[in-house]
Design a protein around this ligand. Sequence first.
Ligand code: SF4
Ligand code: SF4
Length: 310
Amino acid sequence: MKQVGIISGKGGTGKTVLTASLATLAENAVFADCDVDASDLHLLLQPKVTTAEDFAGGEEAVIDPVLCTGCRECLDVCRFDALSMNEESVAIVDSYACEGCRTCSLVCPENAVSMQRKTAGQWFRSESSYGPMLHARLIPGEDNSGKLVTKVKNEAKSLAVEKNKDWILVDGPPGIGCPVLSALAELDYVIVITEPTPSGYHDLNRVAEVIKQFRIRAGVVINKHDLNPETASEIEALAGKLGFDMAGKIPFSRNVGEAIRQGVPYIKYAEDEVSRAILSVWETIQDFLFEERVGADTPANNINTKEQER
Ligand code: SF4
Ligand code: SF4
């Protein structure tokens, strides 16, 4: 079984559009939407939810109004301004502000404070036309996205092992934060999708620093490459310098927006240059994944060689 992730330095680069199309091409696969802060792979794969479970995040303080005498000692020690007094002079907790540090429970002379697990989101197991899918939704304001990503990935792996699947496709979170680190763990290959803009170039450099820590083979896909061929060439050269494969270049098409509006993976929406480019990405990364890397005449090695010759 191979695990392939698709990530980007920032949102809006076409990551989920690419993932949804790859999902239609990957036979015998499980899909994991690890962009738990803004999951939207389900909008394109249109799965039916078969299981939904709460995800417990951190703790929060809960105050027993019968025991609370209103002494305000807890208010004085809360560094997160999560406590206030109500009209009955009983302490109350702002659930969003409470960081679960337990300090208030330690100082309360009446033992009026207890700590309880709070629900940070939900995770789902679903069935799509293309295969089973794991996804999740983090409650706005909750900061346990790294843990929820790990939960989604672990559930996807368990399912893949149980069903003897050949692939896990991971739609990773954008950026370089904790959720990305969770998404990268155990991947066999990671695709970084970017756009031919100065920020796309910059983001590729930032993401590369993170990928290096995991020693995962990586390939770059330049989305809308034809909108700025000069910067696209610079990104291609950068991919070579970073030791990344050049996994593909996808042209711009106004049809992509319409496919999203209709909730259809692009490759099922149109047979055109965009679809052919996406198909080529899938074939290319399979070649990279199953070839002998050392000394192989790979496109990545060719790029590196060309860079060295310059
Ligand atoms: S647990 Fe910590 S953050 Fe939450 S209310 Fe108590 S002191 Fe404040
Ligand atoms: S320290 Fe305890 S008794 Fe005092 S206000 Fe806070 S919860 Fe109430």
